[in-house]
Design a protein around this ligand. Structure first.
Ligand code: NAP
Length: 326
């Protein structure tokens, strides 16, 4: 197969397209012929040497894909869920930037209704991350107030739409007027200019956030806690603003609020299986109805992976950047 790796840490030019033997599915695994994969911010960190694959995962980059089932490992046919030729999308621990990838059968999902095979690669990572953090951990319910930072990014564009579809009031932050307008088109009541405006003041005026989904970590920790409503939940999924901050427990306990932090990639297969099943059951119908749609900024061939990483690094994108290996 052809695959993209980062043998030495570095900038986008450190990515190398190489040849590898085709992987073989082990017990409970499936071989997928990849139609498309998508670039995640974690891939940029992995390329720079800061985010090694979890033990046992492929060193090939890529945390999600869409494609066609090409072979079944032991026990998968017997389970009766997947067959050779099925069109699927998948959450991966690695290996998506390739023509073929092996994935635990539980991490496969059917294509959401009405989404074509290539575009489906835009959904697994954002759908699983947003569902598991905003709904399962954060407990977002209809009528709640929700703040997601970085509303124009891959996670943000999905989170705005999902939270709106679930009946929440949605607030977000974005860096440019164009991106803020796009976030409001997607369903945000108000997109806040994170360079010029105080998101805490905006959220306070709205009564506080019941759930905050945060990509900034340390830099926003104190202000995110300030933006929470009584019994609000802050869920940190990114550390773009650093890992070590100061948490004022006094502020937290008077609000009876909570702070959570999670990472999807290193979770056990059983947990990812449960998340994928919940996404297929609860999120795919919203995609099918048009309430939530995949947002694709650009689709590039796999040999232009460096250019795709550049788009995320400059933050010139809105939504997802896809790579097609065929
Ligand atoms: N823990 C997990 O399991 C998990 C899973 C998936 C993703 N993540 C994390 O989630 C985050 C978003 O991922 P992604 O794929 O959506 O990446 P992305 O598309 O590159 O989005 C990153 C976003 O960060 C925003 N941003 C930059 N500086 C900001 C600031 N000071 N205040 C508010 N927003 C700011 C950017 O907004 P502008 O473009 O408007 O400047 C951009 O929308 C990343 O940190 C990623 O590592 C975590």
């Amino acid at each position: 197969m052809r695959a993209v790796i980062a043998p030495e840490p570095g900038g986008p030019e450190a990515l190398v397209l190489t040849e590898r033997p085709d992987p073989e599915p082990g017990p409970g695994e499936v071989l997928v012929e990849v139609a498309a994969t998508a670039v995640n911010r974690a891939d940029l960190l992995q390329r720079r040497g800061f985010y090694p694959p979890p033990p046992g995962a492929s060193d090939v980059l890529g945390l999600e894909c869409s494609g066609t089932v090409a072979a079944l490992g032991e026990g998968v046919a017997e389970a009766g869920r997947w067959a050779v030729g099925d069109e699927v999308c998948a959450l991966l621990a690695g290996g998506g930037y390739a023509t073929h990838v092996v994935v635990p059968a539980g991490q496969l999902m059917p294509l959401p209704p009405g989404v074509d095979l290539v575009t489906a690669a835009a959904l697994p990572e954002v759908a699983c991350t947003v569902w598991s953090n905003v709904v399962t951990v954060g407990g977002l319910a209809s009528g709640d107030t929700f703040l997601v930072h970085g509303g124009a990014g891959g996670i943000g564009t999905f989170a705005i739409q999902l939270a709106s579809a679930l009946g929440a009031r949605v607030f977000t932050t974005a860096g440019s007027a164009e991106k803020r307008a796009f976030c409001e088109e997607l369903g945000a009541e108000r997109a806040i200019d994170y360079r010029e405006e105080d998101f805490v003041a905006v959220l306070r005026e709205a009564g506080g956030a019941d759930v905050v989904l945060d990509n900034m970590g340390a830099k926003y920790l104190a202000r995110n806690v300030d933006a929470l409503a009584t019994e609000g939940r802050l869920v940190v999924i990114g550390m773009q603003g650093g890992a070590k901050g100061e948490l004022d427990l006094g502020r937290l306990l008077t609000k009876r609020a909570s702070v959570h932090a999670t990472s999807l990639r290193a979770r056990p297969v059983e947990e990812k299986t449960a998340i994928c099943a919940a996404v297929a059951d609860h999120v795919w119908p919203l995609v099918g109805s048009g309430a939530v749609r995949p947002i694709v900024h650009a689709t590039l061939p796999l040999d232009r992976a460096a250019e795709a990483h550049g788009l995320l690094e400059e933050s010139s994108h809105s939504g997802k950047v896809l790579l097609t290996p065929q």
